[in-house]
Write a protein that binds this ligand. Sequence first.
Ligand code: DGL
Length: 289
Amino acid sequence: MIGVFDSGFGGLTVLSALVARLPGFDYLYLGDSARAPYGGRSHEAVYQFTREAVEFLFDAGCPLVILACNTASARALRTLQQRHLPARRPDRRILGVVRPAAEALAGLPPEALPGTTAPRATGVAAVLGTAGTIASDSYRLELAKLAPRLRLVQQACPLWVPLVEAGELDGAGTEFFLRKYLDPVLAADPHPERILLACTHYPLLRPAIRRILDQAPGGAAIEILEQGRLVADRLVTWMARHPEMAARLGRGGARGYLTTDDPGWFAARAEALLGIPIAAEAVRLPAVE
Ligand code: DGL
């Protein structure tokens, strides 16, 4: 099974892209809804929560776990890969969403080999994320290596996840808070050519974001990038380079949905997002020392 972890239900936007691209694999999704949102939490809290979630998915039979959550990828992935896995789970792998999205922003095609001399993006790009993702500076650090001539505008949007969680995807109130964070991005001179929605929840706001961009002078030309497809395309390439891992993953097309909060609430959100009925199961994540 491929484990897919998110702080809540937003990561289903990534799961559905993975399933569309790699439908044959078994997937187990875990949303830590009881402790979401992660976006405003400390580095230590996000690391500890993510470690517990990843350990749970390993124990549930996932040799590979994808951190669909940007905040978890930005705050916890590196330490998990460099310390936790070698010490406790040397045969498992954890992948995040920051690096694949940064590669896409840098203009690298999914099949580009590490160290490739392919041409890199220039101009201006914007990354919109939670306070934690932006404070980690992860995108800037990745892009400084991948596309040093690309100018990056970063914008934290701390009120967007609560809007999505409340189902407020449109209307005057939502527009006010969308503009609150889009206006500074649109004020960049020159405009960004691309905006990355670097949070699992933000694709749900995409139609309203698109409308606001289209109304702004020059905004219609701005491309909006979502992570799901970018991550899925790069996972295909990663699997081809790691056949030993691909061989360990079940291929019965099974799907499982776990949440740390009310499974009825989660299933209702998930069904709206995925467009199919699902059965969600409530789990408790044991503490990891
Ligand atoms: N899943 C988180 C992310 O992609 C957003 C929600 C949260 O703040 O927990 O950053």
